[in-house]
Design a protein around this ligand. Structure first.
Ligand code: FES
Ligand SMILES: [Fe+2]
Length: 440
């Protein structure tokens, strides 16, 4: 439970807010490269951390991210002309390059040096393996770019970002990913018998009382949720990483697969799950690429995108407004929850329907919420430290400590999961990924 004041501090992301300041210390993935498919493609609207911005790809292929209001008299650069390495505002013709430098001011006297004094707000952008990242913070020189495995593997081993817009605050989405207990309910089947229908799948664990153990790390934290696996007392540990400020690596997926899941705030009441998957052993197949580009295809895909409204980008057809097209017959006969296990749709239904910003002062947390409690405290602690002393978490200046992996492992009851997975949780230790399938 949090007080109303703590809840506000945790959730709000705009400029000058406590959490907004912490988030702005980090590089943030904000758009897949595919949204700007070619040089001089039309500018597109982006909302990020509550700021309205315009992204564009210039004639040389570089990507710019500018405040949407032209620094002259505020016209919207969404309608700007993307021409010869810059955006030209259509109101009076001022032109800006990807760095925000004013490169032309055609309505002022030729001899005027005014253009050298005007700069558009521009955030630096890095493009890597199909994803665009930006740094919106106060430092003139951004911190080192984070070498997550999805950023350092060869491009052909990394799938395009798989994205889901969520119509609620980002902390709700993040908390869902570090809450292992829900896999026995919202993702579960009612019967041991597997369904004959496609996309009707789910977990079926006998032990639905996971024991959680949380460890603090320099980059955030890691926890195990363990369940009894068999009569001999063997325990199944699902070990999930949390990396400040909003990344997770959950114990799921497949052997030889690594991933990064980022719960990116769009504004206080919207965020996106920006998920990147990669294979260590082979290139991504064309089928896997197609699936990542349109993960909700079996359920109707995404709603048509309105380029003037970033809140329509990556909004799936099943959504809060239509109760996710829930199938109550399916809920009666096969699944705990009658929304299919496609992408994170079941999770999203749970977190969106809590309300746009969940009121954490009304809740009652139990032992299986230990990681949720930890992550809130970690975020609020880091944000207060920054505000009070200017100190930032270790993974801002040394993002190499983010090179970790989740794990899933069967162990005798007496064995320590943290010792047993010490090597497999490090991306560079040369150990195989510790993996047990979640869906049996
Ligand atoms: S408002 Fe953009 S050039 Fe005048
Ligand atoms: Fe889930």
């Amino acid at each position: 439970m949090l007080s109303r004041e703590e809840n506000e501090e945790l959730c709000r992301v705009g400029p000058g807010t406590l959490m907004g300041d912490l988030l702005r210390q980090y590089w943030i993935p904000f758009l897949p490269s595919r949204e700007l498919p070619e040089p001089d493609f039309r500018p597109i609207k982006v909302r990020l951390l509550g700021e309205d911005l315009i992204a564009f790809r210039d004639t040389e292929g570089r990507v710019g991210l500018l405040d949407e209001n032209c620094p002259h008299r505020g016209a919207n650069l969404f309608w700007a002309r993307n021409e010869e390495c810059g955006l030209r505002c259509v109101y009076h013709g001022w032109k800006f390059d990807v760095n925000g430098t004013c490169v032309d001011m055609p309505n002022e006297p030729e001899e005027s040096d005014f253009k050298y004094k005007v700069k558009a707000v521009a955030y630096p952008v890095r493009e890597l393996n199909g994803a665009l990242w930006t740094y919106m913070g106060p430092q003139a020189t951004p911190p080192p770019f984070p070498p997550f495995e999805v950023n350092t593997l060869p491009a052909e081993h990394v799938a395009p970002p798989h994205i889901m817009l969520e119509e609620c605050n980002w902390v709700q989405g993040l908390e869902g990913d570090i809450d292992s207990s829900h896999i026995d309910w919202v993702h579960a089947r009612l019967n041991q018998q597997k369904s004959a229908q496609p996309y009707v799948m789910g977990t079926f664990n006998k032990d639905k009382r996971p024991k959680l153990e949380v460890l603090t790390t320099d980059y955030g934290g890691v926890y195990s949720a363990s369940r009894q696996w068999d009569e001999s007392g063997t325990r199944w540990h699902r070990i999930t990483q949390y990396l400040l400020p909003f990344h997770t690596m959950i114990a799921a997926g497949a052997p030889d697969a690594v991933h990064l899941r980022s719960w990116v705030p769009i504004d206080d009441e919207h965020h996106m799950l920006f998920s990147q998957q990669a294979r260590l052993d082979r290139p991504i197949t064309p089928e896997e690429r197609a699936q990542a580009n349109n993960p909700f295809k079996p359920l109707g895909g995404y709603v048509p995108q309105d380029p003037a409204n970033p809140l329509t980008r990556y909004l799936s057809v099943p959504r809060l407004a239509n109760s996710y097209n829930i199938d109550l017959d399916l809920q009666k006969k096969e699944l705990v929850f009658g929304v299919p296990f496609v992408g994170n749709l079941q999770d999203r239904a749970m977190t969106e329907a809590m309300g746009p910003i969940y009121k954490r002062w009304k809740e009652h947390l139990g032992s299986t919420d230990a990681m949720v409690i930890f992550v809130r405290r970690r975020l609020l602690g880091a944000a207060h430290n920054l505000r009070e002393s200017g100190a930032v978490p270790g993974n801002v200046h040394d993002p190499s400590i983010n090179r970790v992996r989740p794990a899933s492992i069967l162990l005798p009851p007496s064995e320590s999961w943290s010792d047993a997975t010490m090597q497999s949780r490090l991306a560079d230790a040369g150990a195989p990924i510790a993996w047990v399938p979640m869906i049996q």
